[in-house]
Structures are given as structure tokens and as C-alpha cells.
Design a protein around this ligand. Structure first.
Ligand code: NOJ
Ligand code: NOJ
Ligand code: CA
Length: 753
């Protein structure tokens, strides 16, 4: 039914003269719900749209995309929240799930693999009185019932239809989950929470039942009642106070924990391919890890969180540790801030961009799983900051080729923007970055650019899995190479709009030969000839050139594993190339012992296996390595995987009365927990691995929420160290604890003397 063809975007070009291949797509007829479907060649059953690292994600604010059903615009359940004239930017404007279904052919044409939709849960039914009139939860971040679909957007039946219809176009659906909070606690429905239609409690009522938790010191019941966040660098405040006026859910209440986890299940059963998690900086990392475990035990999906942070902010270290040791990816917000300075404001140069790239690719273990973006619903659109299409195309081209999974905000391909100044003085800021999508032109330069590079992401694995190597940088020019074994993509951007640059004798891994611009001159790019591993080029003003080489794999080359953690029985996908068409073996090793996993799917580019039980990780503390062995015996590079020893339970660990012990801290020091299971870093004293930093709401007592295996006898100790340091061990003998089989565990001990 549908064939993806990488060359259709460049009509009239002599395809054969260019060193680009045609993306080979196998047309498979599956018995999928009795419908005819197509699947990209050789992809795993978990990811029919392809491995997440090959995706281009398209971000949609459901209400502002397309109205596919006018009968739900002013529903009986919540009348009066709709503005047919689209004058009040904070009311519903009519977009819905059927609108997305109607536009799937358009999105397929654009070449996207995944659609991240704004939160689709039932939001409050009455308006909040704002500074400019009534405001509704059109954006979805004011949920009241996580088990019901918002009536302005559709029904469960329509949601399932969206997932199934999208699958026919090789597109997967990513939901936006909001576990941090419900809705405003001081207006509208006052934090009313419902469980599949049944009222549970609201924020003011909840306060009557709230008590101060003896360990966390949070005044809490279903919600936390500690006022609003004022110090954004205080770890306790950001987690236990309200984000603005949003009623802060207490995930450490067993009912809330269970409610949030079980509310995700129908989405997994509907067949979603990913979850974007809102406001993860405001949640306990230990709780989020148990949430991820809950999800991965049910379905292999791609998860990434929103952690709002810059490279130089105080909690950047925590952000990195979260991504590396909680095994949930993140949106690369620090990079976006640099991109705006480099391409819109010119307050930073390509040197700054290059060092930002070096920084995130060094700091983040799963650098190619970070999602990267230029525009979103939370920042002014680029064209509102600088109405220059050349620079905008350059920023888009960078996002589509740099390490990470690109996210394209709806309408960017149509140059959608509204430059009204918002209440915070931002030109085109929230809500003006959420205009109604109005045009569906498939021939804009931005549209062609996204389509071309989406196609290249599927075809050349250098973009999905490759390292990044700087080949040249100056104030205006950045030439970087992506390299996955012998697969190469080389990108050259000259941001100077007036001056071309002659650049000579640049090294590249591209084999000697002549390379046309993969974009066919779409952004004024040029061709190059590589001689003895070097090339010279005249980069036109304001241009982007892309050169690429697709190698024939000479062995099994592993690029990605999804998810990056799991327990026995979970399904895991390994992606790359050269695995062979005949099934071989999946090996798991701790560096000494090997385990063989049961293979449930095998193709040349993708293998799926079931995590075996009984793996021991002592040698590598948190991680083991997964290796693909071709039939015949050739083995791949190993890729890291975090083995969970059982279902994960949140446990609150407390150490009391540290004063006068060797755990007494100086300014800048924190406490950490390490222990006898991989989940507690298997006795690693390194703070990047041990659980923490612990929080200290009432010195000299410290606590932390850790994700640990259920029904397990564990021994543990506390460590003292600054962020990033190696800990000083608590004196004395180990503490011991038997974890519960469900709910939330608590263990509180006196510091050893
Ligand atoms: C981050 C979301 O992206 C933003 O739009 C929302 O308002 C806040 N989290 C609160 O949910
Ligand atoms: C090494 C530490 O020095 C010790 O204090 C701790 O008890 C053990 N690891 C774990 O058995
Ligand atoms: Ca509608």
C-alpha cells in the first residue's frame, strides 16, 4: 500500500549520479487486526515503525492541529470551554484525535515515524479565571481523570483507532503522561481527582487528611501540601512542593502509586510506541524507575522525560544521572537553549554549539536516545524569535542530523508562527506558540528537508547510532561527522548569511570519491571530492550540505538496545545491521559469565529477546552487556543493559542522627545509599552509581527513595561524598532489610557509630 522512497523529494535529479541509496522497504501483508498493513523491512514486532533512534517524532498539540469532528467541540460534559472564533488562546479550538487520523496521509508524506500527542486524559470541565478571561485545559496538562479520554478529543474507541490507523502508515503514537500533578489547586476544580469517573478527592479536602510523613517531612495524603516551589535548585522543594499552582500528587501514597501505574496499562494495550513523561525533575527518580519497570514489564516502548534544565544550572548533574541510571531518556532542553542563541540571536557561535554537542555526547550514556528539538509548546517558535527561513532551515537540519532523536513541532514545516507578546513579555511565547494549524503544503522547503532527512535516518544508521566527530569549526561554520562503523554522514553548516567560506584539507572518514549534496542543493549545499581521506570545499553563504556513505556491514554491528533495562521475562529489542537473516544467538555477559537469551524475532537489522533470569552483575555493578552472535559465530560489539533482579518497588531509606558519626557532612557533601543488589549499585562507592543524593529536610536525618527489587533481602550502607565524588563508607556493619512484595517500603536506621 505504501512505499517509502527516499528520492521522491528531489524530482528531476539524476538519482543514479548521487551516492544515495533508495530505502528498501519490504511490503509485508500482516494479519494485523484483519487489516492490511505495511512494515519497514526487518523491524521488530515491538517497534513496527522502526527502532526509536531512527525516528523523526512529530509533536502535536491535539486541540490546535485539526478538527476532525465538530460534534465534540462543545461537549455536554463540559460546555462553554470552546471558542469557535479562536480569539481566546486559552480555550479549546476544536482539534481532536479524529483530526490527527484525517491528517495521517500528510504526516506519512512528511516521513515521520512517531507522533507525540499532547496529554489526552480527561482535563477539568470548568474554566479557570485567568488574567485575560477564562482558561481551559486545552493543552492537556490539567488532568482530573487519568483513566478517561478528554471529551473534546475523543473516546477510548477513537484513541485505539488512531493507534491502528497510524500503524498502517508505519507511524507510532507517543502519549504524554503527567504523573506529577493533576490540575490547579486554587481554581477550576481545585485539584479534583477521579478514578475512571468516580470522584476521589480534591486538594482542599485532601488537606484535612494530610499528615507530616515522619521520614520525607512532606505534609501529604493523596497530594503534597507544602506550598509552591520557590527555590528551583532545592531538591526537596522541586519534588515535594507544587509546580506553580498544580496539585502535586504524592506518588509515595500506595493508592496514588497504583493509580498512576495502572492508568498507563490501557494505553500500552492499545499499542502505543512511546511515553513522554511530563515534569520529571519534579518527581522522585526512584519512583520513576519503578514506573518505567512497570511499563517495560508490559510493553517495550520508548520513554523520555521532560527535565527543564540548562547546561550550567545547579541540577544539571542530577539530570545526567537521572538519564544514565534511571534508564529513562530525556528531552535535550539544554541543547535547545544553545541552538536558539546560535541560530536565532547570534549571541553564541558555532564554537559554543560544538562544545554543547561534545558536552552532551560525553555526559549522557544514551546520547543518541535524547530527543532534540528547536521548537515546542513551551518555548517561542524560532520564527517568532527571528523570522529568517535560512536560519530556521539550518536549525532544523542540525536537529535532524545531530546525535539524538529529532522532534519536529507541528506547523514548523508550514512556517507556522504568531508573534503576539505574552504575559511574560515573550514574543510568540505560550500560548502564542500554539496557533491553529492552517496550511498543509507539501512543497515548502522545510517540508522537503524534513522528508529528506527522515528518509536518510532510516537508510543510513550513522544518524541513528553514530558517534559525532568535529571535522571543522569556526564562528560561523560547523562541519561534523556521524559515524557508525563504516557508515558515514557528514554535515557542513555555514550560518553566515552573506559570506561564503573556502575550507581546505578537512579530514573525513568518507571513502575517497565524489559525493553530491544529499539534499540536492535544497539548502544551497554543494558536492565534494575526497582524496586521501581529505577534502576542500567552498561553503556558500547560509548553506547546509549533507554527504553520506552507506557501508555494506562486515559483521554484526549493534547500535541500540530498547529498553536499556529490564527484568526476567521482559521483551527487549536490539537494533543495528549485519545480524544476518538466519537466527543466531543473543548473549548476555557480566564480563565473565555468559547467558543465552531466548530469541523471539530475528532479522538482519533487528533482534528481539526475552530477558533470562538468574543473571549476576557483580563485575559491572549496575550493567551487563548484550552481544549479537550471527549464525556462524561472528560476534558484535557489546551494548550496556541494566538487569533488574525483580519487580521494582519504591522504598524510602532513612538514616537518622548522623551528627557526630563519620556521616556528618560539611557544606557541599551529601549522603548516598549503596548495597548488595545491582539496583543499589552492588556496593559501588561512586556517587554516579550509588543511589542519591539523599535529601535532608531535617538535619541530621537524610532520606532517599530508591527503586529496589520486591521480596528481596538486601544489605546496605550509606556513603558520604560531594556530587560526582567517591563516597566515604559509613563505619560499622551493614544494615539489612527485607523488601515488601508490593506497595511502598520504608526503612529507617540509626547511623552507625
Ligand atoms: C511541562 C509541559 O511541557 C508544560 O507545557 C506544562 O505546562 C508543564 N510541564 C506542567 O504540566
Ligand atoms: C565494602 C565496604 O567497605 C564495607 O563497609 C561494606 O560493608 C561492604 N563493602 C559490603 O559488604
Ligand atoms: Ca472537534
Amino acid at each position: 500500500m505504501y512505499i517509502i522512497d527516499s528520492d521522491t523529494f528531489l524530482e528531476g535529479d539524476d538519482v543514479r549520479s548521487r551516492k544515495i541509496g533508495i530505502l528498501v522497504v519490504l511490503l509485508l501483508v500482516l494479519g494485523f487486526s484483519g487489516q492490511i498493513s505495511t512494515v519497514v523491512a526487518g523491524v521488530s514486532p515491538s517497534y513496527p515503525a522502526g527502532d526509536p533512534q531512527t525516528w523523526v517524532i512529530y509533536q502535536i498539540v491535539i486541540d490546535r492541529f485539526y478538527d476532525g469532528n465538530t460534534s465534540n467541540n462543545d461537549p455536554l460534559k463540559s460546555p462553554g470551554l470552546y471558542d469557535p472564533n479562536k480569539e481566546n488562546w486559552k480555550l479549546y479550538w476544536g482539534g481532536d484525535l479524529e483530526g490527527i487520523i484525517a491528517k495521517l496521509p500528510y504526516l506519512y508524506e512528511l516521513g515521520v515515524s512517531a507522533i507525540w500527542i499532547s496529554p489526552v486524559f480527561d482535563n477539568i470541565d470548568v474554566a479557570v479565571n485567568g488574567s485575560n478571561g477564562p482558561e481551559a485545559g486545552y493543552h492537556g496538562y490539567w488532568p482530573k481523570d487519568f483513566k478517561v479520554i478528554e471529551e473534546h478529543f475523543g473516546t477510548w474507541e477513537i484513541f485505539r483507532r488512531l493507534v491502528q490507523e497510524a500503524a498502517k502508515y508505519n507511524i507510532t503514537i507517543i502519549i504524554d503522561f503527567v504523573p506529577n500533578h493533576s490540575n490547579p489547586n486554587d481554581a477550576g476544580e481545585y485539584g479534583a481527582l477521579y478514578d475512571n469517573g468516580t470522584f476521589v478527592i480534591d486538594y482542599p479536602t485532601d488537606e484535612n487528611y494530610a499528615t507530616v510523613h515522619p521520614i520525607t517531612k512532606s505534609l501529604s495524603y493523596i497530594y503534597n501540601h507544602n506550598g509552591g516551589i520557590t527555590n528551583w535548585n532545592d531538591r526537596w522543594e522541586v519534588r515535594y512542593k507544587n509546580l506553580f499552582n498544580l496539585a502535586d500528587l504524592n506518588q509515595l501514597n500506595p493508592w496514588v502509586d497504583n493509580y498512576l501505574k495502572e492508568s498507563t496499562v490501557p494505553y500500552l494495550e492499545a499499542g502505543i510506541g512511546g511515553i513522554r513523561i511530563d515534569a520529571v525533575k519534579h518527581l522522585e527518580p526512584g519512583w520513576l524507575k519503578t514506573y518505567a519497570d512497570h511499563v517495560y514489564a508490559r510493553k517495550n516502548v520508548f520513554m523520555f522525560g521532560e527535565w527543564y534544565q540548562g547546561f550550567n544550572d545547579e541540577m544539571y548533574w542530577d539530570m545526567v544521572k537521572f538519564a544514565n541510571y534511571t534508564e529513562t531518556s530525556l528531552i535535550n532542553i539544554p541543547l535547545q537553549q544553545v541552538l536558539v542563541d546560535v541560530f536565532a540571536y547570534d549571541t553564541k557561535t558555532m564554537w559554543d554549539l560544538e562544545s554543547a554537542v561534545n558536552k552532551y555526547t560525553t555526559d549522557f550514556m544514551w546520547q543518541n536516545k535524547l530527543t532534540i528539538f528547536i521548537d515546542s509548546h513551551d518555548v517561542p517558535r524560532f520564527l517568532s524569535l527571528r523570522n529568517d527561513l535560512t536560519r530556521f532551515h539550518q536549525a532544523l537540519a542540525f536537529v535532524l542530523t545531530a546525535p539524538g532523536i529529532p522532534i519536529i513541532y507541528y506547523g514548523d514545516e508550514q512556517y507556522l508562527h504568531n508573534d503576539t507578546v505574552n504575559d511574560f513579555g515573550q514574543v510568540g511565547g505560550d500560548p502564542y506558540n500554539r496557533p491553529m494549524m492552517e496550511t498543509w503544503n507539501t512543497s515548502t522547503t522545510a517540508f522537503k528537508l524534513i522528508k529528506a532527512l527522515a528518509s536518510l535516518r532510516r537508510y543510513n544508521p550513522a544518524l541513528a547510532y553514530g558517534l559525532v566527530i568535529t571535522r571543522y569549526v569556526s564562528d560561523d561554520v560547523y562541519i561534523f561527522e556521524r559515524k557508525f562503523f563504516d557508515n558515514i554522514v557528514l554535515v557542513a553548516i555555514n550560518r553566515n548569511l552573506d559570506t561564503s567560506y573556502r575550507i581546505s584539507n578537512i579530514y573525513t572518514s568518507l571513502p575517497d570519491g565524489t559525493y553530491e549534496d544529499y539534499l540536492g542543493g535544497l539548502l544551497n549545499g554543494v558536492g565534494i571530492t575526497v582524496n586521501s581521506g581529505k577534502f576542500s570545499v567552498n561553503l556558500p553563504a547560509g548553506s547546509v550540505s549533507v554527504w553520506q556513505y552507506k557501508a555494506v556491514p562486515t559483521g554484526p554491528w549493534v547500535g541500540a538496545i530498547d529498553p536499556v533495562m529490564g527484568r526476567a521475562g521482559n521483551t527487549v529489542t536490539v537494533s543495528g545491521e549485519g545480524f544476518g537473516d538466519v537466527p543466531g544467538r543473543v548473549l548476555i555477559t557480566n564480563g565473565q559469565d555468559y547467558w543465552t537469551a531466548e530469541v523471539t524475532y530475528w532479522s538482519d537489522k533487528s533482534v528481539e529477546f526475552i530477558v533470562p533470569s538468574g543473571i549476576t552483575t557483580q563485575l559491572n555493578e549496575n550493567h551487563v552487556e548484550v552481544i549479537i552472535e550471527r549464525a556462524g559465530g561472528a560476534r558484535s560489539n557489546g551494548i550496556a543493559f541494566e538487569y533488574l533482579t525483580n519487580k521494582q518497588i519504591p522504598v524510602i531509606f532513612e538514616v537518622r542522627n548522623t551528627q557526630g558519626t563519620n556521616l556528618e557532612t560539611q557544606v557541599g557533601e551529601f549522603l548516598w545509599v549503596t548495597g548488595s543488589v545491582p539496583e543499589l549499585s552492588y556496593w559501588s562507592p561512586e556517587t554516579i552509581k550509588a543511589v542519591g543524593p539523599m535529601l535532608c529536610p531535617a538535619w541530621p536525618d537524610w532520606f532517599v527513595v530508591a527503586s529496589v527489587p520486591a521480596d528481596t533481602y538486601i544489605e546496605f550502607k550509606f556513603l558520604k561524598a560531594p556530587l560526582g565524588g567517591t563516597g566515604i563508607w559509613e563505619v560499622g556493619s551493614n544494615h539489612a532489610y527485607l523488601t515488601p512484595s508490593s506497595g511502598i517500603g520504608e526503612v529507617s536506621v540509626e547511623a552507625n557509630r
